[in-house]
Design a protein around this ligand. Structure first.
Ligand SMILES: [Ca+2]
Length: 342
């Protein structure tokens, strides 16, 4: 369209010039008998001039329209950009909701069992106490708040099957969509989804391990093999003492890769309490009892099958089994009182 107009203008301008030239020629050859009458020529020039003026205004109009079109396109591009950003946000949201949806399959068990919680022997403060009250099915339970013990209401996952049951799960990695590079506060109160990936919370772990406690760590690799490490003694100190780890009495077939972390403080991405010049929580991208830095990194980055052995030391590692460059497919950490009898 534009090109056509430009060509037309060029043709018209040529005509105009030719017209004027011929008019001048006519003047020069005044003596020669005129081939066309003078009035007709001037009329043609005038009408051509009018046409040029018209075309110029059409051109200007077109230029204006073009600018408006450009603005519209710019606006549309910005809208598209916003749309894609919103879609990205939606994907992130969907990812975080995935584990919840994935795990809403079973109902929360036990609702009526919250009535009689007068004394500590009757209190339901972990899965072992639920087990002793005949709740023997593995799954999600809601522990009631207890004024006597000063404990809050808490959602827990109980493993009532493994090696006699009574286990309160304090950590799980299996879905791989939750980020475990979190700050001190989040590690303190816990995060994630109780049926998916989660950290129960250092404050809850501290409270539950004030009685003599056993820790069991189960892992699965990408070939489907499973191993475990058990510590007959496990406790952590309070927040003032940076939830320092104490473990002893290893048994199992995964190797003793928590021993190196014994007697170390808990570190998170905003609290470097490790025994290293480096910032281990930042390097290993988790919250853990970092020494300098790791012999295991159970709260590291979840890597999928294709990348599980291509990470840079920040994966979910257990050196005693697969070394420093193999990230596990699945991990569960669980605790129960030492004196537990099924
Ligand atoms: Ca450090």
């Amino acid at each position: 369209m534009q090109k056509w107009v430009r060509v037309s203008v060029a043709v018209l301008l040529t005509c105009l010039l030719l017209g004027e030239a011929s008019a001048q020629g006519a003047l020069k050859k005044r003596l020669a008998p005129p081939k066309t009458p003078k009035g007709q020529c001037c009329d043609e020039v005038r009408s051509l001039k009018v046409q040029v003026a018209n075309l110029t205004s059409v051109l200007e109009e077109l230029r204006g329209k073009q600018e408006a079109d450009l603005m519209t396109i710019m606006r549309q591009m910005m809208e598209l950009d916003q749309l894609s950003r919103r879609q990205e946000e939606r994907v992130t949201e969907a990812e975080s909701k995935y584990s919840e949806i994935n795990n809403r399959v079973e109902i929360i068990q036990m609702q009526g069992a919250q009535a009689h919680t007068r004394t500590s022997s009757e209190a339901l403060y972990d899965c072992a106490s639920l087990y002793s009250r005949n709740y023997k099915i593995s799954g999600e339970y809601k522990l009631p708040a207890d004024d006597y013990l000063g404990t809050p209401e808490l959602d827990v996952y109980c493993d009532m099957d493994t090696n006699g049951g009574g286990w309160t799960v304090i950590q799980r990695r299996k879905v791989g969509l939750s980020n475990f590079s979190r700050d001190w506060k989040q590690y303190k109160k816990g995060f994630g989804t109780i049926r998916g990936d989660f950290w129960l919370g250092n404050e809850h772990i501290f409270r539950m391990t004030r009685q003599p406690t056993t820790l069991r760590i189960e892992m699965e690799d990408w070939e489907g093999e499973t191993r475990y490490a058990e510590y007959g003694f496990f406790t952590i100190s309070n927040e003032l003492n940076s939830y320092k780890l104490f473990i002893a009495n290893y048994s199992g077939n995964a190797g003793d890769s928590l021993r190196y972390h014994n007697n170390t403080n808990f570190s998170s991405k905003d609290k470097d309490n490790d025994k290293c010049v480096d910032d281990c929580a930042a390097l290993r991208k988790g919250g853990y009892w970092y020494n300098c830095c790791t012999d295991s990194n159970l709260n590291g980055v979840y890597y999928r099958n294709g990348q599980h052995n291509k990470h840079s030391g920040d994966g979910i590692t257990w050196y005693g089994w697969h070394g420093p460059s193999y990230s596990m497919k699945r991990v569960e950490m669980k605790i129960r009182p030492q004196g537990f009898r099924p």
